[in-house]
Write a protein that binds this ligand. Structure first.
Ligand SMILES: [Zn+2]
Ligand SMILES: [Zn+2]
Length: 342
């Protein structure tokens, strides 16, 4: 009650209510969208007496409304949080439920089969397609379709070929092809996933805001040392999660940076060498879909197929895994034989 009194003395009125409702409807908004929402609200409140254009809505207007709306939202266990996109740097504002976890929220939208498919897709992004040598952290629709049905194989990323393992003898029959497409489309619409022009699905800034504790809990080893490779990685500069960014060229090194964080980071250090392993920092080794799409094999494949080969990402990832395996076998051999020459 006390907080409601405080709200009312803050001047919470119909425009604030309309603002909060617009936020609820959108889930996630950009600054420009906030300007449009507010311009519409101002115009209604004005009763047609002079038109406010979205670009006339100031940073101060937006800030004032965000603060009052945030206070009001907290009464319903919501909070307005803000973050920036790792690549576009676009700032987003999101109304986040502070009491219910994402699984609970998703459970109101999806049935159990769909939920377990979503979990398999997340396992794909954060486990199967996220290895020390290739941290794609994104999956194509083709790859997602392979997760349509539950697999007997556990999510331990064993590289034991591509053959379809028999499905579990459980009631979970998985999803049909068209259902997979629908769930992916609705995850895009719901603001959980985004799709790149190369056709990769990845988690959005909003998803990272909400899923952060769950992702760390689910995919990282709490007993790992500070320099051990982990599935969820953090930017050395801003300490936020990196799912799209840059990495050290040494596969065993754990230095990761966002594109937008790297310049200031290296300028302050006056060096071009990795501060963890002292290898030269290339700025051309990637976390995210570019780990796949910037490879020579991928670019060659795209040129040849005119960008129409949906299995290309899979082929490149498989080739890379084979190469890595061969490389490791070679290294083991040379250790066994203790040879100094080739
Ligand atoms: Zn960063
Ligand atoms: Zn390094």
């Amino acid at each position: 009650m006390g907080s409601m009194d405080a709200l009312l003395s803050n001047g919470y009125n119909n425009s604030h209510r309309a603002f909060l409702q617009a936020l609820l409807a959108h889930g996630t908004v950009t600054f420009e969208q906030l300007q449009s929402i507010l311009a519409a609200i101002f115009n209604v409140a004005n009763g047609g007496d002079g038109e406010t254009r979205p670009d006339q809505v100031t940073q101060e207007d937006v800030q004032a409304y965000l603060e009052i709306a945030s206070d009001a939202a907290s009464l319903f266990d919501y909070e307005i949080r803000s973050t920036v996109h790792q690549l576009t740097k676009q700032r987003i504002y999101s109304l986040v439920n502070t009491t219910s976890d994402p699984q609970t929220q998703l459970a109101t939208t999806y049935n159990p089969e769909e939920l377990s498919f979503i979990k398999r897709v997340l396992d794909g992004m954060f486990d199967k397609y996220n290895t020390p040598r290739m941290e794609a952290l994104a999956i194509t629709e083709m790859q997602a379709i392979k997760f349509a049905r539950p697999n007997r194989r556990q999510s331990q990323s064993q590289m034991d070929g591509d053959e379809e393992a028999p499905t579990q003898t459980s009631t979970d029959k998985g999803l049909k092809h068209s259902e997979v497409e629908n769930v992916l489309a609705s995850l895009l619409e719901g603001g959980w996933f985004e799709k790149s022009k190369d056709g990769f699905y990845a988690v959005t800034p909003r998803a990272l805001l909400e899923l952060r504790p769950w992702l760390i809990d689910m995919y990282n080893d709490p007993d790992a040392g500070p320099d051990e490779w982990q599935r969820i990685k953090f930017c050395e500069a801003c300490k936020d999660i990196v799912t799209m960014g840059l990495r050290c060229s040494e596969p065993n090194c754990t230095l990761r940076l966002h594109d937008m964080c790297q310049e200031a980071f290296w300028r302050a250090r006056r060096t071009g060498s990795c501060i963890k392993c002292s290898r030269e920092w290339t700025g051309a080794h990637f976390v995210g879909e570019r780990a796949v799409t910037m490879t020579e094999a991928y670019r060659r494949g795209r040129r040849r197929s005119g960008g129409r080969r949906s299995t290309l990402a899979d082929e490149v990832i498989q080739q890379q895994a084979d190469d890595a395996e061969q490389q490791e076998a070679l290294e083991e051999e040379s250790v066994d034989e203790d040879q100094g020459d080739e």
